[in-house]
Design a protein around this ligand. Structure first.
Ligand code: COA
Ligand code: AMP
Length: 628
């Protein structure tokens, strides 16, 4: 079948399409209805069905002949170690860990926060929660205590699973003090914490609350998978919203299983037994969907890589992993390839490795500049696929579905909508714009299986944030255009989210931190183009008129505040003082104009600008920061 035929098959019978895809999943009980529209615009998939996500990821493969196949390979250049788990070994580890979690008082529906580095135990923790119907919420290790505390307060976990440390190439990140500080800050207090002591650092334990991972596993009883409703939450993943309060994206069990499993064959062209590597982090949606869940649903071998594309030890790191583990498909963010290209533009290191098993590279998480895509394609000699999706959708909205048919590759475009998604580009009045015209990108409701049914205990915010702008559509908050061939081009966000090295961050959240500095009267944070990270946040500060101290101190302090309150991952390193910020007469800060000045892109003088001299201030500040 061609892409067009598959897409039309879905369009003409969406529920039949997903019911057929659901045949690949093992259910305890089948659904009463494939799509439940009774609470529209809140839709539910596979209502009435009973299933277990962990069973589908592990046990069924053990029972069906893959017991001795590798399920997970942990490759860690930062610790110079390698660990491998067959499906049987991983199932057994997970079953014991599930026993430990249950013995900590966690029952079906209870939340468990996982704050861990890229070690196999993080994946085990997710799967163990799924096994007993607990709802996990993984928090990325690069976030600071404050961000963790916000997530603790919102998800109210009964238990937290963590480790003594994470390892960055240049330093050891002590996780436990961050965890302790977060619990101290949070109003909600989890009853128990399970701590994995890594050899690189030993965390001090709080008696009565903290348990040692090894001790607990040693005496643990393995527990079996329990049936949960297909509509029960599998996990909550917090992602940046337009305010400092992150959104708790909910993923259910049934729809997620069906959609992710379908995506492996059809989008990534991957079959059971293949080796699949998503070079991301379990703290992001890419890590959830394509390090842990989808490859295991499909019966693949998944790679978990604790390292960077460059510097661990060099720009040949990815090629080494691909050769050593016979990787068939790699998924990462364009920023990783920009970093490799900068270090090794002629890709000399590539010649040292044999990549004969390698079939395709998938890039997502941020806009992929055509240059990077073409470079990767030329050097690797395999299709390089830009595909577009979001934490909210959990799997690609638009892609080039290699497993169905390879469509022509157009650098700069993430290709065509996948079954499940009807994509439209609208003007502010909600009318579709002409081809090649930029507008607001929306997806027609209902969203497909696997996409978020709601935000954690907040239907109202879900409806308000995503469903209220254009009736009948989900607002992606991305802007872009469709071309004459029906290819989608994503150009920018329509809100204050920026993508820094593929990490999604809110500039509004950073502004809140800057504004809390006692010397700061007003501020703006804007994402400015960066050759490697895509964008980096830059702050402009207006100081209180009575400020008499050293301005350089203020800059240093706000940089430190963002690092401490949001985390190093925000990569907030640049700020400058201005006398005033450019604003409209109604007081709106002209962030786009600030960005255009720093990026040397032409901009129209906003008709409503209050005081044009503020633009001179911005120019001086950007010049001071090295942009002009
Ligand atoms: N725990 C603690 N700190 C972390 C962390 C973690 N899990 N991950 C990153 N950090 C820190 C880094 O040490 C760095 O701190 P620094 O300011 O002291 O140097 C900061 O957060 C920014 O990290 P990162 O975004 O990784 O930038 P980098 O400069 O260290 O590396 C790249 C740049 C391009 C090599 C890197 O961003 C990369 O590999 N990106 C791949 C893309 C990716 O994984 N995207 C995820 C979505 S698919
Ligand atoms: P996240 O939720 O972290 O996956 O970030 C989602 C956002 O990243 C999207 O809304 C886009 O703004 C951006 N994004 C992801 N993939 C792409 C892509 N292929 N092209 C352009 N932008 C992308």
């Amino acid at each position: 079948m061609t892409y067009e035929q598959v897409y039309q098959a879905w369009k003409s019978d969406p529920t039949g399409f997903w019911a057929k895809a659901a045949e690949d999943i093992d259910w305890y009980e089948k659904w009463d209805s494939v799509l439940d529209e009774s609470q529209a615009p809140l839709y539910r998939w596979f209502t009435g069905a009973k299933v277990n996500t962990c069973y589908n990821a592990l046990d069924r493969h053990v029972e069906n002949g893959r017991a001795d196949q590798l399920a997970l390979i942990y490759d860690s250049p930062v610790t110079k170690s390698l660990r491998q788990f067959t499906y049987r070994e991983l199932r057994d580890e997970v079953a014991k860990l599930a026993g430990v979690i249950r013995s900590m008082g966690v029952e079906k529906g209870d939340r468990v926060i996982i704050y861990m580095p890229m070690i196999p135990e993080a994946a085990m923790a997710m799967l163990a929660c799924a096994r007993i119907g607990a709802v996990h919420s993984v928090v990325f290790g690069g976030f600071a205590a404050n961000e963790l505390a916000t997530r603790i307060n919102d998800s109210k976990p009964k238990a937290i699973l963590s480790a003594s440390c994470g390892i960055e190439p240049s330093r050891i990140i002590e996780y436990k003090p961050l965890l302790d500080a977060a619990i101290e800050l949070a109003e909600h207090k989890p009853k128990k914490c399970l701590i994995y002591q890594r050899p690189q650092s030993t965390a001090s334990m709080i008696e009565g609350r903290d348990l040692d991972w090894y001790d607990a596993i040693y005496t643990a009883k393995a527990v079996d998978c329990i049936p949960v409703a297909a509509t029960d939450p599998l996990y909550i993943l917090y992602t940046s919203g337009t305010t400092g309060v992150p959104k708790g994206v909910v993923r259910d069990n049934g729809g997620h299983l069906v959609a992710l499993n379908w995506s492996m064959d059809n989008i990534f062209g991957v079959k059971a037994g293949d080796v699949y590597w998503a070079a991301s982090d379990v703290g992001w949606v890419v890590g959830h969907s394509y390090i842990v869940y989808a490859p295991l649903f499909k019966g693949c071998t998944s790679i978990m890589y604790e390292g960077k594309p460059v510097g661990t030890p060099d720009a040949g790191a990815f090629w080494r992993v691909i050769e050593q583990h016979k990787v068939n498909v790699l998924f990462t963010a364009p920023t990783a390839f920009r970093a490799i290209r900068r270090e090794d533009p002629q890709s000399k290191l590539l010649g040292e490795y044999n990549l004969k098993h390698f079939r395709a590279l998938f890039l997502a998480g941020e806009r992929c500049d055509p240059d990077t895509l073409l470079w990767a394609q030329e050097k690797l000699g395999v299709p390089v696929i830009d595909h577009w999706w979001q934490t909210e959708t959990g799997w690609p909205i638009c892609a080039n579905p290699l497993g169905i048919e390879q469509l022509p590759i157009k650098p700069g475009s993430s290709a065509k909508p996948m079954p499940g998604y009807t994509v439209a580009v609208l003007d502010p009045a909600g009318k579709p714009v002409a081809n090649d015209e930029i507008g607001s990108i929306v997806v027609k409701l209902p969203l497909p299986p696997g996409a978020l049914p709601t935000l954690w205990q907040n239907d109202e915010r879900y409806i308000e944030s995503y469903l209220s702008r254009f009736k009948g559509y989900y607002l992606t908050a991305d802007a872009g255009f469709l071309d004459d061939d029906g290819y989608l081009h994503i150009m920018s966000r329509t809100d204050d989210i920026i993508n820094v090295a593929g990490h999604r961050l809110s500039t509004g959240g950073m502004e809140q931190v800057l504004a809390a500095h006692s010397a700061v009267a007003e501020c703006a944070v804007v994402g400015i183009h960066d050759d490697i990270k895509g964008e980096v946040p830059v702050g402009l500060l207006v100081l209180n008129t009575d400020f008499a101290g050293d301005k350089a101190d203020v800059v240093r302090e706000v940089v430190q505040m963002v690092r401490e309150q949001i985390g190093p991952v925000a990569a907030f390193k640049k700020a400058a003082i201005v006398a005033k910020l450019p604003k409209t007469r109604s007081g709106k800060i002209l962030r786009r104009t600030i960005k255009a000045i720093a990026e040397h892109t032409p901009y129209k003088m906003p008709a409503t600008i209050d005081d044009t001299s503020a633009l001179n201030d911005v120019e001086s500040a950007m010049s001071e920061l090295g942009y002009l």
